[in-house]
Write a protein that binds this ligand. Structure first.
Ligand SMILES: Nc1ncnc2c1ncn2[C@@H]1O[C@H](COP(=O)(O)OP(=O)(O)OP(=O)(O)O)[C@@H](O)[C@H]1O
Length: 308
């Protein structure tokens, strides 16, 4: 698989004493949907800005399409920022046209690209409206059209669904998938693990400015969960149960449900059944999820008394 972006030992701080990115290595493969996930303030937007050449790293190397970053590599990358840079007193059409011109596209070809971008995000009918009249979700679709009107090979989305109503999120995801189907490589920054898992083929996990895990979604999960995961449905949640299960790693606990990592399905499931007896309603194997990997790597255990 061809690599579209490679970064090595990237170090960056807004001031000298506080590095925000600490020796980051990141590889993005052609045609992937790469999810960059991490808590608020972990450095996702900053890393995107460094990748786009908007901030200069203090150290490290960056290559786009196997070349050092330059004007021509820049034009092959689109950016859909979290903070929308739209012109609210211009129409929908004029906004997209303006972004096309910023990338030095002109004439009939640009008009065609603007129409196609607006058709793709579903805003062609609204093209004569002022941007000001749009809903938040429509503004995000306009933001996407502006970020891809120059037909980049790669497009970076920063928190594309934050602030969008839950019901509208699938429409934004559908646009992302459509761009991917058209052959674009997608880099998708989000704090939302569930959407990263739904959308992405590859994942990078940032924590405190460090890339703490990176790889294909399936291999990352397999790497962190070699053992079976058991879902326990309890008659009632009793704190002492966690003491009875203390040699298992409890991954998650909510109301009467516990997820834990067993060593061996046959032996451990039987053992758990006999330890818990009637307190256990059901035990079943479940597939580990990205959220379980993320919890293990980034979050503290969800319930402090489960510090196992
Ligand atoms: N322009 C800036 N000047 C100084 N510090 C900044 C600036 N932008 C971001 N920071 C700081 O850099 C750190 C990383 O911020 P960044 O926005 O990259 O994180 P993030 O993971 O994208 O967070 P979020 O998900 O909330 O957008 C934070 O501590 C933030 O306060």
């Amino acid at each position: 698989m061809r690599t579209v972006f490679r970064g090595d030992s990237i170090r960056f701080g807004y001031d000298k004493h506080h590095p925000v990115l600490k020796d980051i290595a990141i590889t993005i493969e052609d045609q992937s949907i790469y999810g960059l996930v991490g808590p608020a303030g972990s450095g996702k937007t900053t890393l995107a800005k460094v990748m786009l050449g908007l901030e200069k790293p203090d150290r490290g190397t960056l290559t786009w399409f196997n070349e050092r970053i330059n004007h021509s590599t820049n034009r092959r990358v689109g950016y859909v920022p979290h903070k929308k840079a739209l012109f609210y007193d211009l129409t929908v059409y004029e906004n997209v046209m303006l972004f096309g011109k910023l990338y030095r596209h002109r004439g009939a070809r640009l008009k065609q690209q603007v129409e196609q971008a607006l058709q793709l995000v579903g805003l062609w009918e609204e093209r004569r409206q002022d941007a000001l009249s749009l809903t938040d979700e429509q503004l995000q679709r306009l933001n996407i059209a502006c970020g891809m009107v120059h037909r980049p090979d790669v497009i970076i989305f920063d928190e594309a669904t934050s602030g969008i109503e839950v019901e509208a999120i699938p429409f934004i995801h559908a646009i992302v998938r459509q761009l991917h189907d058209l052959g674009m490589t997608i880099i998708y920054l989000s704090q939302n693990i569930a959407e990263i898992e739904q959308l992405c083929t590859h994942v990078g996990v940032l924590k405190d400015g460090c890339m703490i895990a990176e790889g294909r979604l399936d291999s990352l999960i397999a790497q962190y969960f070699k053992n079976p995961v058991a879902k326990l449905e309890l008659e009632e949640y009793v704190e002492e149960l966690t003491t009875q299960l203390s040699h298992y790693s409890i991954l998650y606990s909510e109301a009467n449900t516990l997820l834990l990592e067993a060593m061996d399905q046959q032996h451990d499931f039987q053992k758990i059944r006999s330890v818990l007896g009637k307190k256990l309603r059901r035990i079943s194997p479940v597939e580990p999820r990205l959220a379980n990997v993320y919890d293990r790597l980034v979050r503290r255990p969800r319930i402090d008394h489960h510090s196992l």
